[in-house]
Design a protein around this ligand. Sequence first.
Ligand SMILES: *Cc1c(COP(=O)(O)O)cnc(C)c1O
Length: 240
Amino acid sequence: MAKYLTDEERVAIVKDNCKRVLWDVAEATVKSGRSEGDVRLMAVTKTVEPLLINAAFECGIDLMGENRVQEYLGKRDELNLQGVERHLIGHLQKNKVRTIVGEVDMIESIDSLELAKEVSKRSVAKGLDTKVLLEVNIGGEESKFGFDPSEVGEKLAEISELPGIAVQGLMTIPPASDNEVEIRENFAKMNKLYVDIASKIFNNINILSMGMSADYTQAILEGSTLVRVGSKLFGNRIYR
Ligand SMILES: *Cc1c(COP(=O)(O)O)cnc(C)c1O
């Protein structure tokens, strides 16, 4: 958002965006054959200042996602987090696990068995259970983190046996694409994997986190239960 806007104006824009996206999400949810409220909207808050994040909370969003441990810990004292669930959604390095365990409600970006074991170990040491999602590299891209679709069932079975860690579902960031058909196909493929795993391997999962600003409607129509939206709420990110 441009600098010449006042804080009040910027807050008003974010609240407007939130209302619109909440409405879109509800509409797509009903269209997908589910009940309004069955799909959650996450505000993705990386690079966003607390003033605007709090505006999103005031407008009724009760879930936030941050990518980096340090950024989250650095700004959370300025956030009005009562009633807000906090997820870590960015790639997590093993040496940061100790710092983040117990500080968020869920880690969505478990992308290796080693990372899961570290989360397990640090959670046991703190006497708690950490809720997690397993990240799936649905497009098999070299540049992306996540389990290969062919191995995720087996790894989930193994991870679900670890103490101090509770697997709640799957998360994905599909390949970037402008092709509507391709976008829908990747979401459908991911949903099929999720449904297969839930029915055959581990029926305690109930979260499928997929869909971002450009494609959350399609993701919901293909079965997403949680969409992660940043720029459509807060405007384009400015990385400093
Ligand atoms: C940044 C980010 C998002 C949100 O991206 P937008 O396109 O701005 O909605 C969602 N998920 C993850 C993992 C992200 O890093």
